[in-house]
Write a protein that binds this ligand. Structure first.
Ligand SMILES: Cc1cc2nc3c(=O)[nH]c(=O)nc-3n(C[C@H](O)[C@H](O)[C@H](O)COP(=O)(O)O)c2cc1C
Length: 245
């Protein structure tokens, strides 16, 4: 394993940062990394908004329920799945938008945006910075969209807080390889036999330094997925011009 892969394999989200801003050179490097990823059909369907206004940052932190590590960090970016540029190209050329508003381009833009963000995340970690994705901005997706003045055919997907870690969490044990990786076909029983992982995650949650709990990964996932979260997202996407067909 080379040093870069070692860094990837020991990733842990950072939620406790020093109050140190990132230099313009470091931020430029992060943006170059983000903007250099693979992109479906070269559409580059994402935008990145750095939140430098502290009042705006505080509002996003509040919405996200992640105040300490959105307010006190090196910098905070919002990653926007973005088909507005292409919508303008089409309308400027008197074309219909049907090929841009259905489900497939929306998936494309969400994937492009995620690849860009993850490129930035690994670049940051390669420089010993810490990161945490902030999907919490979708707690009030309309408000975030208004605050950032987002046009139609866009979705504020998540934030990424990047900074100098004040402390680091332990690496969370991932699903076992046998539960996630196979050859040639999908082995239903093998992928869903979580007995060994149950034990590992119970030990992990019960022994970690902060936020200890008596729970396993499976229990957490049942609790997570039995609730309908953010039911307004589909309606918001329709308001943004997507048909979801
Ligand atoms: C798309 C996405 C959104 C996330 N949103 C949040 C968030 O709003 N707040 C937070 O504290 N962590 C957030 N996380 C971090 C996850 O909780 C974290 O990656 C996961 O628990 C695994 O832990 P690790 O990153 O330390 O390995 C998010 C991660 C992803 C990929």
């Amino acid at each position: 394993m080379n040093d870069f892969i070692e860094k990837i394999a020991t990733h842990a989200s950072v939620r406790d940062f020093k109050n140190s801003p990132l230099s313009p050179e470091v931020k430029q490097t992060l943006l170059t990394a983000a903007r250099s990823g693979s992109t479906s059909n070269f559409v580059q369907a994402f935008s990145i908004i750095e939140i430098t206004d502290q009042t705006l940052r505080a509002e996003l932190a509040e919405i996200s329920n992640s105040a300490p590590y959105v307010k006190k960090t090196g910098t905070f970016y919002v990653f926007v799945a973005d088909l507005y540029r292409q919508s303008k190209l089409l309308t400027d050329n008197d074309k219909k938008l049907d090929g841009l508003t259905n489900m497939e381009p929306l998936i494309v833009s969400i994937v492009d945006t995620t690849i860009a963000a993850q490129n930035m995340a690994v670049a940051a970690e390669s420089m010993d910075l810490g990161i945490c994705y902030i999907g919490g901005i979708r707690n009030d997706v309309r408000k975030v969209s208004q605050l950032l003045k987002l046009p139609k055919y866009t979705l504020p997907l998540f934030g990424l807080t990047v900074g100098v870690p004040a402390s680091r969490n332990k690496v969370k044990p991932r699903l076992l390889e046998k539960n996630q990786v196979s050859e040639n076909y999908y082995p239903k029983e093998q992928f869903t036999d979580l007995t060994d992982y149950e034990k590992i995650t119970k030990d992990y949650y019960g022994s970690r330094e902060s936020n200890q709990r008596q729970a396993s990964w499976s229990e957490r996932n049942v609790a997570f997925f039995e609730e309908i979260r953010r039911p307004e997202i589909a309606e918001f996407l329709r308001e943004q011009g997507f048909t979801l067909n």
